[in-house]
Write a protein that binds this ligand. Sequence first.
Ligand code: CAA
Length: 258
Amino acid sequence: MSSFEFIEVSIDEGVGIIELNRPKQLNALNRSMVREIVTALEQLDGNEAAAAILITGKGHSFSAGADIDEMANNSPIQLELINQFADWDRISLIKKPIIGAVKGFVFGGGFELALSCDVLIAASGTQFSFPEVNLGVMPGAGGTQRLTKIVGRVKALEWVWTGERISAETALAHGMINRIVSEELLMEETKKFAKKLAKKPPLALRLIKDSINKAVDYSLYEGMQYERKNFYLLFASQDQKEGMQAFIEKRKAQFKGI
Ligand code: CAA
């Protein structure tokens, strides 16, 4: 594992843990930090010791968004030449489950990072917002796209136009997060969920993620054809043989990840 300046990375009982570590700046995301997050995601994705990946923030908040100080004086030409958001595209290529444990402010790019997770567990009191409009801009790392695909055009327009804060309860009601827990239990509950996933057959987990992600972009017919291929592919795995044999023999399956 590389050493990082803005994040901390560890592995705990099969769960890779990425902690955003700029708490004094409310984990505002500068470009190097985003690159570190994506690099850590890729390293954990290729590391057999981690079956699932948990992302959280140190301190009070998950993240207050992109680093405004770093961004403020960029020109459009610079943003294009440095390809400002290119690293974000790589998050979509991560195959293992990504579970976000969010709290405090989940704003702007922090909200976009949260929406890039597969499962979101929020501490009570968490506030989500896209405040970019108040800076004269708009979300640029997938916010308008991912939010709309989850909550629909009507609420997405309202929330991104106004920049208003969305409570954890409202987020839950709109299917944006999986559950709310107390702040004290946030890490414990999220780790518990991640460890539960870490015990499942990993090939099935990754092809389930792959198939469900396709449902967002494909027609029902295309998606069903795609799903079928993944289903058939799993019959090449030893875990399928073991899982079904264990059921027949009425014993607990011992999955190997191959
Ligand atoms: N960028 C840079 N620094 C930030 C920051 C950000 N996004 N958010 C907070 N900080 C810094 C503050 O400047 C402050 O630093 P100093 O102590 O050195 O002054 C420190 O973090 C603590 O912040 P506050 O004192 O402001 O804390 P607060 O509790 O009073 O307010 C807040 C919290 C409401 C989140 C407020 O900090 C805020 O509005 N932050 C900006 C949120 C924002 O606009 N995010 C969107 C960024 S643009 C984007 O994300 C684009 C994209 O699509 C990728």
